[in-house]
Design a protein around this ligand. Structure first.
Ligand SMILES: *Cc1c(COP(=O)(O)O)cnc(C)c1O
Length: 370
């Protein structure tokens, strides 16, 4: 029986499974009677924002009585310069999540199809469904987006295709060659969204330069965020790069003050702070290799990662291992909602956090310490 409120609701949203956010870490510690728990569950950067960024935030505090700059003038200008684009090709969002929503609301008409990889970021199908769009799910192949199958899934009704690169939760990439081949098969009426939230951890000669498709005038939107490599997940700021006409449409439906002033100040400072990003990328890279070695010793299978998280197969109930790790003070993400009953997604932490994870995993899996 629907509740009275449900019978009033926009029917498109009724089929959406509610997002279940985790508990605050302090609450979990209290409930389980543990201390110093570590969170390796949300692919956050384990390092705080740099001093430079923190100073920029402090300086902006004194202006919190004012509304933020609704055009994000300086930040868009700096981003345009960084990417060799024009400021009118850039839109800021309250996290890149908001940009996914703006894209869908601007372009997807009820009944239009969206090609969505699976398993991938759960936000894509959720927002498509809320807009009355049709989700066309395309399974990954060997933990990687199957661009071949995604191209085949495009029909005359396909308005948008989502490509998370690197993909979450597998941390795998699609390469420049694969994307190039895919792009030759995408019709003019279909928009390709490249969600590059983890690009800083993935860069290499094989990684596609998708901004180039924007410059070529293709129907492409590239999404980036300050939430991961730039350590600013809590402030909510991301951006999209696309043709100026596409950006203008997104701006029509954007809330005028969607990105707050602390976020704008912090992001601007972060753009001048490649040192912090480099430090984080190096630390994560070293952490990945440390964890690979330890996983091998523990007999835990893993998917080689091009991001700051690793998909592992513990070979038994992931829900059970997740619970046991919680009691050890380590929070990871079970992949059971994706139907992957033995898989966990583990964010790479600081060296100390990684050691704590390995110790906990060893105990929980019942392995002797080496
Ligand atoms: C973390 C993540 C984002 C970033 O979202 P924000 O709203 O910018 O914090 C975007 N896409 C994917 C696939 C992610 O995993």
């Amino acid at each position: 029986m629907p509740t009275q409120w449900e019978s009033l609701a926009n029917e498109h949203i009724l089929g959406i499974a509610p997002y279940e956010p985790g508990k605050p870490i302090e609450e979990l510690e209290r409930e389980l009677g543990i201390h110093n728990a570590i969170k390796l569950a949300s692919n956050e950067n384990p390092l705080p924002p740099s001093d430079r960024v923190q100073r920029a935030i402090l300086a902006a505090l004194n202006h919190l009585n004012r509304y933020p700059d609704g055009s994000g003038f300086y930040l868009r200008q700096a981003l345009a310069k960084k990417h060799g684009a024009s400021p009118d090709q850039i839109v800021l969002g309250n996290g890149s999540n908001e940009l996914i929503e703006l894209l869908v609301r601007a372009f997807l008409r009820p009944g239009d199809e969206a090609v969505v990889p699976h398993p991938s970021f759960v936000v894509y199908p959720m927002i498509v469904q809320a807009a009355g769009g049709v989700r066309v799910m395309v399974m990954l192949k060997e933990h990687r987006l199957d661009l071949e199958a995604m191209a085949r899934a495009i029909t005359p009704m396909t308005k948008v295709v989502f490509i998370a690169n690197p993909n979450n939760p597998t941390a795998t990439i699609v390469t420049a060659d694969e994307v190039e081949r895919f792009m030759t098969r995408v019709p003019e009426r279909t928009i390709v969204v490249f969600d590059e939230a983890y690009i800083e951890f993935a860069l290499g000669p094989d990684f596609p330069d998708t901004l180039n498709y924007v410059k070529q005038g293709r129907k492409v939107a590239v999404l980036r965020t300050f939430s991961k490599a730039a350590s600013l997940a809590g402030l909510r700021v991301g951006y999209g790069v696309a043709d100026a006409d596409a950006i203008a449409l997104m701006n029509r439906i954007r809330q005028p003050f969607n990105v707050n002033s602390l976020a704008q100040a912090a992001a601007l400072a972060a753009l001048e702070d490649d040192g912090h990003i480099l430090e984080c990328v190096r630390m994560i890279e070293a952490g990945r290799h440390f964890l690979y070695d330890e996983f091998k010793t523990l007999g835990v299978q893993y998917v080689p990662a091009r991001a700051n998280f690793i998909l592992v197969d513990v070979g038994r109930s992931a829900a059970d291992i997740y619970q046991k790790l919680l009691h050890e003070g380590v929070i990871v993400r079970p992949m059971t909602p994706f139907g992957m009953e033995t898989a966990l997604r583990i964010t790479v932490g600081t060296p100390e956090e990684n050691r704590k994870l390995v110790k906990a995993l060893r105990r929980v899996l019942g392995k002797q310490s080496a």
